[in-house]
Design a protein around this ligand. Structure first.
Ligand SMILES: Nc1nc2c(ncn2[C@@H]2O[C@H](COP(=O)(O)OP(=O)(O)OP(=O)(O)O)[C@@H](O)[C@H]2O)c(=O)[nH]1
Length: 518
């Protein structure tokens, strides 16, 4: 018995000990995740360590370079006085000196107004790659800073009287990092401030020329695409009109639908008035009747009688000259490239003029388009006088006997005066070589009313002869077509329906309305 009692007691004791151990283990394992969290925090902090190199590097000290410079004037002069300050400034100053036009092209333009003045572009050093000209003047400045930094830091506190050489206040150095300042956006290319390269010669031989899809098949496909994106508009209107007698609320809904599609107040008014009159006089019994009436009224509002031919064919023994204008990013370069493809597909020879010297990538982009279709590109130094490049392009186009010269222009709209000077000059200078046959204003359909504002400004500046409405694939508000045409009396000639090389289509009012109605 005793043995039994002893064994049972022993078993109980073992069970008790085991239970205690297990419960501790559980607590620990439960606690572990929480202890893991600190590890995560640590990791996050580790990402902060990524910033550490910046702080460890003397860069922060560089933010107040003016002081160090002042600290030890004597030593610095001995060591490399000039290097430090200039190192930061050099990029900017040198660039300004080299290409004053880049900063304020218009200021320089008056002098360059003559075609001959344009020529100098060709004289510039040709070898430098655009990338080499990166405004990363900041990076070269770093190594320079690193050397002097140590002495500067130590000296800084010790030289109080050095306030004398504080002739270069920090305020002067706001552009040291090579980045555009706030508020400068309008005068800064959208992707960089690169400059300093020059490339004048033509890429005469296109290495690999793409097969271009025949125009006919392409249009059908594009129409289908447009139709898909517009059907909501059409369904809404047809639903309202086909519902029988329309009360005032229904007409208000019709108006709202038209306004939402960016037709604008005036066109909406005109369309609604015409619709009401015709429905009253003819009556609408079926949804087909409603559709036919709406179609008729919308087509009328698009002025199908306007001449929508793109005047891009040679005449009088000279190439046709087409200027492509518009604000930044609307799709000028892309449209120029697409247009070149269409022309080449039709058996025409094309020369491209990269007069968008404001944005380095624009010339590269155009040149790429050119090489894809076998069209040479004339380009100049970034920041060079756009008129000089346009002049050179047309001059070479005449000399080579090409059919069409397409000139892609810069899209700055920082001041109307500047724009007027620049575009006006481009046109004047080009006309010394050949007549400008077409000025295509490119508008981004997705910007809605803003497109109309742009159109007004450009129409004041140059004689716009045709409009290209891009990015129709990205909006259900193609109604801007109606407004622009109405206001400017200039026809929309082409539409962009995608970023693809062949996503350019002629604008046909009836087809456009059919697509709108779905
Ligand atoms: N979806 C769509 N995108 C387009 C169309 N046309 C142009 N784009 C895109 O719009 C962007 C701007 O086009 P760009 O041709 O560089 O515009 P840009 O007017 O030359 O610009 P800047 O050179 O800065 O003046 C690019 O990403 C194009 O691919 C279009 O019809 N549809």
């Amino acid at each position: 018995m005793i043995w039994i009692v002893v064994v049972v007691a022993a078993l109980l004791a073992v069970a008790l000990v085991t239970g205690v151990v297990l419960s501790r283990k559980r607590r620990i394992s439960l606690a572990e995740p929480e202890e893991d969290k600190p590890a995560v925090k640590g990791y996050q902090a580790g990402s902060g360590v990524t910033f550490a190199p910046r702080t460890t590097e003397p860069k922060p000290a560089d933010t107040k370079p003016a002081e160090p410079v002042e600290r030890e004037p004597a030593e610095r002069k001995a060591a490399e006085p000039a290097e430090r300050e200039p190192a930061d400034r050099e990029p900017v100053e040198a660039e300004r000196a080299a290409e004053p036009t880049a900063a304020e092209p218009t200021a320089a333009e008056p002098t360059a107004a003559e075609p001959t003045a344009a020529e100098p572009t060709a004289a510039e050093p040709a070898a430098v790659e655009p990338t080499a000209a990166e405004p990363t003047g900041a990076s070269p400045a770093r190594p320079v800073d690193e050397a002097p930094t140590p002495p500067l830091d130590t000296a800084t506190p010790t030289t109080p009287s050095d306030t004398a050489p504080v002739e270069h206040p920090v305020a002067d150095r706001t552009e040291v990092d090579g980045q555009p300042g706030v508020g400068d956006d309008a005068s800064v290319p959208r992707d960089s401030v690169k400059r300093g390269f020059v490339d004048v010669d033509l890429p005469v031989e296109a290495s690999e020329i793409e097969e271009i899809e025949p125009t006919a098949g392409r249009l059908e496909r594009l129409r289908g695409k447009l139709s898909r994106s517009r059907s909501a508009f059409g369904q809404g209107l047809l639903g309202l009109l086909g519902a029988g007698d329309l009360d005032e609320d229904s007409w208000t809904d019709v108006e709202d639908t038209l306004l939402l599609a960016d037709l604008g107040a005036a066109v909406t008014d005109q369309v609604v008035t015409n619709l009401r009159e015709r429905i009253a006089s003819r009556g609408v019994r079926t949804s087909d009747d409603a559709r036919a009436l709406l179609r008729e009224v919308l087509i009328e509002a698009l002025h199908p009688e306007l001449d929508r031919n793109v005047h891009a064919l040679p005449h009088s023994g000279k190439p046709a000259v087409v200027l492509v204008v518009g604000v930044n990013g609307v799709g000028k370069t892309t449209t120029t490239g697409k247009l070149a493809r269409v022309l080449v597909a039709d058996g025409r020879t094309v020369l491209l003029g990269a007069a968008d010297t404001f944005r380095a990538a624009a010339a590269d982009q155009l040149e790429t388009w050119g090489s894809r279709v076998g069209a040479a590109t004339v380009r100049g130094a970034e920041g060079a006088d756009p008129a000089s490049v346009a002049f050179e392009a047309v001059k070479q186009g005449v000399a080579k006997g090409v059919d069409t010269v397409l000139v892609d222009t810069a899209g700055r709209l920082h001041t109307k005066t500047g724009l007027m000077d620049e575009l006006g000059k481009v046109k004047r200078v080009v006309e010394k070589q050949a007549e400008v046959d077409e000025v295509l204003l490119v508008l981004d359909a997705t910007t809605g009313q803003n497109g109309l504002t742009q159109a007004r400004v450009f129409a004041d500046v140059v004689d716009v002869t045709g409009i290209v409405l891009t990015k129709l694939d990205g909006t259900a508000k193609g109604g801007i077509v109606f407004q622009v045409q109405r206001e400017l009396g200039v026809p929309v000639k082409l539409v962009g329906l995608g970023e693809g090389a062949d996503h350019l289509a002629p604008f046909e009012p009836a087809a456009f309305v059919d697509a709108l109605l779905g």
